[in-house]
Design a binder for this molecule. Sequence first.
Ligand code: SAM
Length: 232
Amino acid sequence: LAPGDIEHGQQACIRDPRRLRHLKEVHRARIGDSMTLGVAGGGIGRGELLALDEEEARFALSTLNTPPPPPLPVHLVLALPRPRMLARSLEHVTALGVKTITLLHSRRVEKSYWQSPELAPDKINGHLVLGLEQARDTVMPKVNLAKGFRPFVEDVLPGLLETRRGLLAHPGMPQACPRGIDEPVVLVVGPEGGFIPFEVERLLEAGCEGIHLGPRILRVETAVTALLARLF
Ligand code: SAM
């Protein structure tokens, strides 16, 4: 729910066509159903479906103060994947609970990916919301676009690493991905073809530690999921 969906504190009304379709087609909602609802950025509670038609869905609300689960202290820096993989990666990492996502350009990112309709803010938000709904979270991660590799690595990354540990996931690095850490990290994941040697050197020089996930080379969406699951 968006905060504006709540009416008189006791009822919520959804009119957004995408969410109405999701209620009907994914949840197969029926009048009288009781379901878990979350207010964007706020609490989670129960709602009973009172009315559902082409225009709106109306719920009676009970307590909405269970807080969302805490996010992982992660700023994910992800070389921009191809659009289909971007959608799934955003959904998975949002369900796992990262705080911030920077989509980064790199030599092996195709320039055409930056023109993809999947990067429109409402498309990105749609993927984030699917991840949030799955995890019963209500707090959107912040998403930044970094269309220049060097400006990001030279001007932005050093500031992030003043208060966070930097980890660069790259096959063949000498150190295995650490397990069960509890400190804030910037986690850097490469494109489908991997970072080129120049980029690996710049990321290490900026202060990232190179880590590997074993001898198997994983697709980007599998790698980010495995990394987050192993780190925390
Ligand atoms: N051909 C590329 C290479 O050998 O570097 C493979 C790139 S992989 C498909 C995409 C990204 O997922 C990598 O840049 C890395 O960040 C991450 N990744 C996949 N498998 C990994 C592994 N075994 N160890 C560390 N990172 C891995």
